[in-house]
Ligand binder design. Structure first.
Ligand code: ADE
Length: 231
């Protein structure tokens, strides 16, 4: 999968060099390219924002650098149908289903807005040419799209076949299915007065499966009853 990220903070994405995604980049499973939006400006101050028409607080990102940046990415793609994602609290909610769908994409371009957002004409212009989606990480406001894109790239990247070593570890997780994940334990069997639940030491696989299922149901009822089907 190819992923391009356009941002005024390219350094932000240095952490994508480490851990599983860093390895996926190394092996070519993930072709991740980060671009500095200011490289597509032409003035001495590398200006990317200006005051909003109609007045109001804050600054709006100018359309011209975005147009140049996205055009240059589109000119270099082999993908037949690339997808432009604009992270925004005004977008559709990013959930595990979204991650699964995005993991099937050939080429995703993320446009990280800052300030009061990107001039609307950027979305309007590209909507007539390619698929464009506004996507929200959750019902809260971040200072910009970078943290949201980091989360999305991690959630999507780990679903690309081969990125996570043992694909079985993707199956029983929270949000794969309706229930949250069960709690996990490792050695030692006693730590600071807390024992591992005895059933996990019993060797009785049927009992372990039942206990884990009960834990998932109890946990989901307690913290996320909204995930359960109506009784
Ligand atoms: N940019 C600012 N807030 C955001 C959010 N909640 N999701 C995605 N992008 C954002």
């Amino acid at each position: 999968m190819r992923v391009d990220i356009v941002t005024i903070f390219p350094d932000f994405f240095g952490v994508l060099d480490i851990s599983l995604l860093g390895k996926a980049r190394g092996t070519g499973l993930l072709d991740l390219r980060v671009h500095d939006l200011r490289d597509f400006t032409h003035d001495r101050h590398r200006t990317v924002d200006d005051t909003p028409y109609g007045g109001g607080a804050g600054m709006v990102m100018k359309p011209e650098p975005w147009g140049e940046a996205i055009d240059s990415i589109l000119e270099s793609t082999d993908a037949a149908d690339p997808l432009l994602i604009v992270p925004s609290p005004a977008g559709t909610r990013f959930v595990q289903t979204t991650a699964r769908e995005l993991a099937e994409e050939e080429h995703i371009i993320f446009a990280c807005g800052r300030y009061e957002g990107i001039d609307q004409r950027v979305v309007d212009h590209y909507s007539e040419r390619i698929r464009v989606e506004l996507v929200s990480l959750g019902d809260y406001v971040l200072n910009g799209g970078e943290v949201a894109v980091m989360a999305m790239v991690e959630a999507v990247g780990r679903l690309i076949p081969g990125v996570v070593g043992n694909p079985e570890s993707l199956v029983e997780e929270s949000h794969e299915g309706a229930l949250l994940e069960y709690p996990s334990y490792t050695k030692p069997s006693a730590w600071r007065g807390l024992d591992v639940p005895p059933v996990l030491l019993s060797g009785n696989h049927g009992a372990i499966e039942r206990w884990r299922h009960e834990q998932r149901v109890e946990r989901t009822q307690r913290v996320r009853p909204d995930l359960l089907p109506p009784a």
